[in-house]
Design a protein around this ligand. Sequence first.
Ligand code: NAI
Length: 740
Amino acid sequence: MKINNVVVIGSGTMGSGIAAQLCNANIPVTLLDLKTEISQKAKERIEKSRPPLLIDKSKIDGIKVGNINDDFNIVSEADWIVEAVVERIDIKHDIYDKIFKQRKKGSIVSSNTSSIPISVLSEKLTEDDKKDFCITHFFNPVRYMDLLEIVKNENTDLDKIQKLKLFCEEDLGKGAIVCNDTPGFLGNRIGVYAMQIAMTEAFKMKLTIEEADAVFGRPMGIPKTGVFGLYDLIGIDLMADVLKSFIKELPENDNFQEVAKEIPLIRKLIDTGYTGRKGKGGFYRMNKVDNTKILEAINLETGEYSPSQKIDIKSEKVDLLKLINRGDKYGDYAWSVISKIIKYASSLVPGITDKFNDIDEAMRLGFNWSRGPFEMLKEIGVSNFFEKLDGFENNKFLEELSKSKNEDFYGERQKYTEIETLGKIKPKAIKLDGNNSAEIYRFNDFNIVEFTTKANALDYDSMDALKKATDKPLIIINESMQFSAGVNLTYTMNFAEKGDYSSIEKFVKYFQDTCKELKYSKYPVVSAPSGLTLGGGFEVLVQSNFVASHTNIVVGLVETMVGLVPAGGGCKEMLWRWSQTEEAKNDPDYAPLKVFDIIGYGKTATSPVEAEPLKYLLPENKKIMSRNSLLNVSRSILEENKDFTPPAEATFKLAGKPLKEKMVKLLEKLYNDKVILDHGMVVGSELANVLSGGDTTIDKTLSEDDLYKLELNSFMNLIETQKTKDRIKHTLSKGKPLVN
Ligand code: NAI
């Protein structure tokens, strides 16, 4: 069975997301709703969505639309029919009745339900039809959330499930995990339980919401939204509905019941319109006082708001053992939450799945945790865990483990997929070296560098690891959400605040030297980005010899936004790429002016398709839907380039002063139109200086080193200005650029 044609019924949030992802995979898809106008509107929403659901907007007409009355015959052509209508069993039953009358024999029918069991969904189907029915539980937004739970029961044809799984993995790029038909499946069962535990323990232990979020966040390898922040993001009212459904579906003696009960404060928030970010606010809210916006946090005891306090629990890296043994309230809270999550998750094995490993992966893919409960247990250590634990009951998994005390209980990772992922390779590889910012692994005859900082921001250590790793073919890849958000601005600012500019200069120089080594060392270097690939992150990519890019990337040179210019070779490489065009052959100013426009505006692309016209990526770079396959594709690139020779050094002919004047004219126009302000002129002029070649004339030849020097010089001029520092500080504290 091949899936060449899909019908999605219900064009709301999920249906449109699923249709868009099918369109991304070039699979013909029809989106049906009650009325064609509704599915047409959905298509418009897809087109306007931010972050974009489509990799290539020009392909939007790969999605056909229609309604369930006039256009239902299309179902007879579909290999897979996905139902994503409202969560109402009567409506779903009616739709299945229609689908199974119309569908072609052997096609797969699935529901995107988040809470109705297969047994109930399929109760009216014939035994034969039940074989072809399952749940495909996608997460929102479909393009960006990697988890897909494929839920089967005893009636489902497992062969078919396997084929569907492969399709969803390879073509749709999902981390597809097959699991049993139990409430909330894997991700939500554990994820929502974890949120409820984190919340109820914060109440019990009298932590403020900022304190709870500071612990149940990065220090635990959980996204920084924490628990209360995540509640606000999901919607407090929606969470209440989710909990009601868990209370209804789960047995009375399930430990979830204890923490699912409605809390009076939550009822009050919902009743007063505080439903989270989409409403007036939630646990956090933005309040305007004297015309300035202030982030406020709720007091869990009184329900009053006051300005939110920044809590820093001084835990830069995830170190669970250290965290739970801090001996203060944060440590106690962390232990209480972590131990309960581990107890609950392990109590569900083998009921929800017989592979505990899959629960960890579901948390990783669906909730962006960097490790799941069983990995947490492994990291804490089996004996350490049981020494601290006050007991457990009705838990076969822990019972056995407490007897065996097997510290190596975990075994392999990512058993759900056949693909040889980075997660699978790492434990088999030799860890050659590591520092605070990166790790180097050797596997067979190549090296892997994985950045390990927050958002994989780059510093001296990151460069050091890259430099050391060029003694073999190298793949730069990682498992976290971002390839790299760029140079670590906090690190740079710390020097700038002290007036220690020579350390900054040394770092930038080292950055350049390292990138040069990536490009010209005798072994090939492959970058395999996913997520943010900005600024310095892009400079690493652009000076790698090969690229295997995930289709979910945000790529670009954004230095000007923080009052700087790219100084790790970004200007140089972009100049080179644009100077290879036909237009550049006839007009020596063409390339520099193009690059001036791109870097000056800090343009970014949200997919490889958008990146190519800007030349952030090239047609020959590999583009891959399945993130899990990035390592494999990178390996095959190395395999194909066994007789690699480094590229010839690039040279540049730039017009110097007259070209710079052209650029400054453009800046003046922007300044007069108030698009840029004083410092925009300063930054723009420095960029113009680099891209025009500085003190040169068109007949002179500039080397890559000359351009590196110009970049460094302008970077240093700018970092010393107060207004660049203001921009950096603003970006670091507010997360958005300052126009000054
Ligand atoms: P939604 O409310 O955004 O969209 C539902 C769509 O179904 C609407 O466009 C509606 O017009 C259409 N519809 C209603 N009756 C229909 C009928 N008889 N025939 C055809 N279309 C009909 O809902 P959403 O959020 O997209 O949810 C869809 C399903 O996905 C639900 O089962 C939900 O539980 C599940 N789900 C939702 C998630 C989310 O984050 N929103 C996440 C995972 C699953």
